[in-house]
Design a protein around this ligand. Sequence first.
Ligand code: ATP
Length: 192
Amino acid sequence: MEECHIRATNLACRRGDRLLFAGLSLALGPGEALQLAGANGIGKSSLMRILAGLARPYSGAVERQGALALLDERPALDEHQPLGEALAFWRRIDGGEALGIDRLGLEALLDVPVRYLSTGQRKRAALARLIGQRTPIWLLDEPLNGLDTHAVALVEALVAEHLAAGGIAVIASHQTFALPALTRLALAEHVQ
Ligand SMILES: Nc1ncnc2c1ncn2[C@@H]1O[C@H](COP(=O)(O)OP(=O)(O)OP(=O)(O)O)[C@@H](O)[C@H]1O
């Protein structure tokens, strides 16, 4: 896996006229994972978008080496295509072979239009796209939402394998995420 790190220094985030958090720093290297924890609306998704480079912090900076992939509630799969076609579209861009289809239990769903997928099926499809991106840095915003017990264990195993291969994971979740050596950052400690 390519060399990777992500560092955020003294971040502050403002939405509208509210300062959501300030003075937040983090640093992760190969094989490291961090869980962002906090109540609804505290700013977990906002922080993920800042780390992904999709939003600017009010102050502070993010520095990273290595490509990243963001998993959130928008899977970026064409709603009108069968799942197999929608995933193939990204495979042509990402390169390489299909990854994780069997493991994620998607083979029986490849002919089903994306718009008909259930919440959990949609999340598993988004995970297939994430794996296919082959990036060292994974930003996972609520990756366990809508998943059954079996799929939760599968996601935890996929992340553990990603870390063992030298990847990085940032996981925004208020649910428990079973992973050895997962450090935790409570956003509440950075609310002004
Ligand atoms: N464009 C915007 N303008 C103003 N406020 C916003 C905007 N987008 C989000 N917010 C507010 O910012 C706060 C943080 O939202 P965010 O989605 O980051 O929280 P979260 O911790 O991820 O929440 P959840 O656990 O419910 O997903 C919320 O109070 C939300 O209403």
